[in-house]
Design a binder for this molecule. Structure first.
Ligand code: SF4
Length: 392
């Protein structure tokens, strides 16, 4: 293996970016930027987009401090022992290159990860150092998503959290057995759950007034879906636990895709619809009050691929007993397909002055008859009879 041979900063960046999967809230759009600097335009292979909590999408440079890694995760392009050119950035070099791109308005934020070196402690220090240079020396105020390295120490995590808008550590598998299959050298509790526990402790027990933005960063994690043969039940159960225990902002699911010259190269790619169903389930857990018992799994422990989990719940619970839309609580309204947080709020606001009696009212509130009609009552009546009245 060789690294940094004959490479300038942009060569390294291209090499590192070309092989990073699109993950963690990045839209899959590959963005070939059109900045004034032809040098940057020519040399940067892609910039991805991150969606911020307020809904704004910003262009983000996603890169690594080092593509050298001492771990041998069975699905990963960067696993130790794979023979391909690798690169390492010095923190100063990476910070300055990022700022050049930011100045040219190619990117507005940075997602910084790394292969694991020095049991995670060395590479964690390099990520911290880069963030410190950006925040302290260059007063960079924009978005920083910083990766926690499995094996990092609590003080390092606290230091990292001083500069980050978001921190993340990937769990990869929903339990120790599945992680063992995916990443035999990673230790589920000691290296990953411990880090999540520390992040949570710091966020809940220490003042954030020493952080760069006077607030602690949000937390996310990611699962690799498919090759460890885990069920949706295992993934959703682990997700439920993570939301409850550590107040995660987001859980990402990456449908597996095989990489040549890895132990998993002959395993088929995972169906992206499954990934989508898992995202829907995680949003139901996080935002809609769903509990484990509200999901319906088949005999293999998986969700339906042909129907989203909220519709499955409604078919089994609301078809026979539709919900009176004029009396339902917000939590109940959120169970109806086609009604999300915004529409539930619209319904409650409308009800303060009027009864919801007909299709015109529903249309006004933004509720779709096709999506929600069969699960609700309007002033005691099923929407079928409303529709007949409407038609005559
Ligand atoms: S720790 Fe595993 S997933 Fe991360 S870069 Fe190394 S081999 Fe890849």
């Amino acid at each position: 293996m060789f690294y940094n041979v004959g490479m300038d900063s942009f060569d390294k960046l291209r090499l590192l970016n070309e092989n990073m999967d699109v993950e963690e809230g990045f839209l899959s759009t590959r963005f070939f930027e059109s900045c004034e600097s032809m040098k940057i335009e020519r040399q940067i292979p892609n910039v991805t987009y991150a969606k911020l909590p307020g809904g704004e999408s910003i262009p983000l440079l996603k890169t690594m401090v080092s593509s050298i890694c001492e771990k041998n995760c069975n699905y990963c392009f960067f696993r130790s022992g794979r023979d391909f050119p690798r690169a390492i950035f010095q923190p100063n070099e990476l910070a300055e290159m990022f700022l050049k791109m930011e100045k040219k308005k190619v990117v507005k934020g940075l997602f910084l990860s790394s292969g694991i070196l020095g049991h995670g402690i060395f590479s964690q220090d390099k990520i911290i150092e880069t963030a410190e240079i950006l925040r302290k020396k260059h007063k960079f105020q924009g978005y920083l998503h910083l990766k926690v390295m499995p094996g990092a120490e609590k003080d390092q995590i606290r230091h990292l959290m001083m500069y980050a808008d978001r921190v993340s550590i990937n769990l990869e598998g929903p339990n120790p057995d599945r992680l063992e299959c995916l990443a035999p050298q990673k230790r589920y509790f000691e290296e990953i759950i411990n880090c999540l526990q520390w992040i949570h402790e710091i966020r809940t027990s220490e003042f954030a007034n020493r952080t760069f933005k006077n607030q602690w960063p949000s937390i996310s994690t990611q699962f690799v879906v498919g090759p460890a043969k885990e069920s949706d039940n295992e993934l959703i159960s682990a997700s439920s636990d993570l939301f409850r225990r550590f107040k995660l902002s987001r859980i990402y699911f990456m449908a597996f895709s095989p990489v040549i010259n890895t132990p998993f190269e002959n395993i088929a790619a995972e169906n992206p619809v499954r990934e989508n169903r898992l995202y829907q389930a995680s949003f139901l857990l996080r935002d809609y009050g769903f509990q484990m018992e509200d999901f319906y799994f088949d005999e293999t422990g998986n969700l339906s691929l042909s129907q989203d989990p909220k519709t499955t719940w409604a078919e089994k619970n609301l078809l026979e007993c539709p919900l009176e839309i004029n009396k339902a609580s917000k939590e109940e309204l959120l169970r109806v397909p086609g009604i999300g947080v915004k529409r539930a709020n619209n319904i409650i606001a409308f009800r303060q002055k009027n009864l919801i009696r007909n299709l015109d009212h529903l249309n006004f509130i933004g509720i779709s008859f096709e999506k929600s009609g069969k699960y609700i009552l309007l002033d005691g009546k099923k929407l079928g009879s409303q529709l007949r009245l409407f038609q005559f």
